[in-house]
Design a protein around this ligand. Structure first.
Ligand SMILES: [Zn+2]
Length: 68
């Protein structure tokens, strides 16, 4: 998934893809997909997903962010 088209706006260094999962207080998991600069840590979030259980079902909601 590494792509040379994603470079840092501040220093032009390559950015790597990051997937982070955090557990929210109400039992919902939130996954954040982003690109992060290898040098300065500048981050571009491209998508959020929330994962929650409803009985036997698992509901996934995805929200794609637009950036230029
Ligand atoms: Zn940078």
């Amino acid at each position: 998934m590494a792509s040379s088209e994603h470079t840092c706006r501040k220093d032009g260094k390559p950015m790597y893809f990051v997937e982070e999962t955090e557990k929210l207080s109400n039992g919902v998991y939130r996954v954040t997909f982003s690109y992060k600069c290898v040098v300065c840590g500048y981050r571009i979030v491209v998508e959020y997903a929330t994962i929650k259980k409803a009985g036997e079902k698992i509901i996934v909601e995805r929200r794609v962010l637009h950036y230029s």
